[in-house]
Design a protein around this ligand. Structure first.
Ligand code: NAD
Length: 424
């Protein structure tokens, strides 16, 4: 039976392990976090993702998925560890390097090493291949196969997308692409497209950069419309009647693990030739300040205004707060608006999540006596809230809705957005 060792059991590695195990492969998932390993061996998951619990439970119960803190011998090694950026916005490849070095003692001729982590162009050839070569292998001669197979699932729909999305398999050599593609061809319903490693690396980065640039355009429209007192929501609606135009909705900023990070992997390698990408990053990073300006205008003249921040995650229906613009807005409120008292509510964020140092309130407690509610994530729960929850609890039932959760008329609640004319 083909054995797969998946290194890193987070949002990508855990579902990937379960997918392959449920397709009949013998999978060992490896993580440096002992608690994660222990929980997975009990068939319990440590991340919030619809449908993932059943998928992992099934894989563990079948005996084909086990977890360990150390890599084991395998035919395929899949690396799915974090690739964050440093303060100076360059890629931190330490986790990828460490994971590659850790698997070396188990690596044998004929094995395949696939990096699923998002990586800057030429990481397979300039970082991974030299490590493997130093250990005595020759990936140029295909005694081991190296490949990059980027992941493009969206949190919240990972279980479906993992199975159905098209996959790109970029080989360090064409033989490596063939070899790596086999396990995906056997397991996913989408097309599996083979190419070389650098094309795979760059195409993944361009996907998220495409999205970043388009979001920046919508955000810039929001600012321009504000300056020129034009209703941006109507502009977007009218412009999108054009068959080849799709302007996105503005928002409070871009969060998550990918879109605000991945463009920098290109920018660091091509400073001179990436002005559009750099500008898009700046525009999207400026949105929390734009939201703060709106909060200040909406609370002008109020002594010690009280606001409720609803939704701390970077998007709706997830517990993921990584790079969330809500955290930047909180920081700006603390630094630049010390007179504003704020209370936070998020139905997805657990109180025991120590990465968030502020107190969390129930929706009613956060809204109690508030002058303004600021909606920062479009959670389903917020869409289902009755207007009376705002009118009954708030001092002045006013919402700054940065995610277009509520329509302009909401039964006695005044709703401002980043697109409509708010007279502020
Ligand atoms: N989350 C997404 O939606 C998404 C989508 C596409 C691509 N990616 C990319 O996939 C990669 C992984 O992202 P993620 O969201 O799964 O990260 P994550 O933080 O959820 O999980 C990574 C896991 O790797 C473990 N780890 C770190 N170093 C290790 C090592 N040396 N050996 C074994 N385990 C180690 C960590 O303990 C953690 O459990 C990143 O490059 C990311 O950019 C993520």
């Amino acid at each position: 039976m083909t054995r797969i060792c998946v290194i890193g059991l987070g949002y990508i590695g855990l579902p990937t392990s379960a997918l392959f195990a449920n397709e009949g492969y013998e999978v060992v998932g490896v993580d440096v976090n002992e608690k994660v390993v222990q929980r997975i061996n009990e068939g319990v998951i440590h991340i919030e993702e619809p449908g993932l619990d059943e998928m992992v439970e099934k894989a563990v119960a079948s005996g084909r998925l086990t977890a360990s803190t150390e890599p084991t011998e395998a035919d395929y090694f899949i690396i799915a560890v974090p690739t964050p950026i440093y303060e100076d916005k360059t890629a931190n490849l330490d986790y990828v390097v460490q994971a590659t070095k850790n698997l070396l003692p188990k690596l044998q001729k004929g094995n395949t090493v696939i990096v699923e982590s998002t990586i800057p162009p030429r990481t397979i050839s300039d970082v991974v291949a030299p490590i493997v070569r130093e250990h005595g292998f020759n990936p140029d001669e295909n005694d081991v196969y190296l490949a990059h197979c980027p992941e493009r699932v969206i949190p919240g729909n990972i279980v479906y997308e993992l199975k159905h999305n098209h996959r790109i398999v970029g080989g360090y050599t064409s033989e490596a692409a063939e070899q790596a593609a086999k396990i995906y061809e056997n397991s996913v319903d989408g097309d599996v497209r083979k190419t070389d490693a650098v094309v795979a690396e760059m195409s993944k980065l361009m996907e998220n950069t495409f999205r970043d640039v388009n979001i920046a355009l919508a955000n810039e429209l929001s600012k321009i419309a504000d300056d020129l007192t034009i209703d941006a929501s109507k502009v977007i609606e009218m412009a999108n009647m054009h068959p080849r135009v799709n302007i996105l909705q503005p928002g409070p900023g871009v969060g998550g693990h990918c879109i605000p990070v991945d463009p920098y992997f290109i920018i660091e390698k091509a400073q001179e030739s990436s002005p559009l990408m750099q500008t898009a990053r700046r525009i999207n990073d400026s949105m929390p300040q734009f939201v703060l300006d709106k909060i200040n205008k909406l609370t002008e003249g109020i002594d010690s205004p009280k606001i409720a921040l609803l939704g701390l995650t970077y998007k709706g229906n997830t517990s993921d707060m990584r790079e969330s613009p809500a955290l930047d807005i909180i920081k700006l409120l603390e630094e630049k608006a010390p007179g504003v008292e704020f209370k936070c509510h998020d139905p997805y964020v657990e109180l025991e999540d120590h990465s968030f140092e502020h107190q969390l309130y129930t929706l009613e407690d956060a809204l109690a006596d508030a002058d303004l509610a600021v909606v920062l994530a479009d959670h389903q729960e917020f869409k289902e809230v009755m207007a009376s929850t705002f009118t009954d609890n708030m001092k002045t039932p006013t919402i700054l809705d940065t995610r277009n959760v509520y329509g302009e008329s909401f039964f006695g609640v005044t709703v401002h957005s980043l697109t409509n004319l708010v007279n502020v």
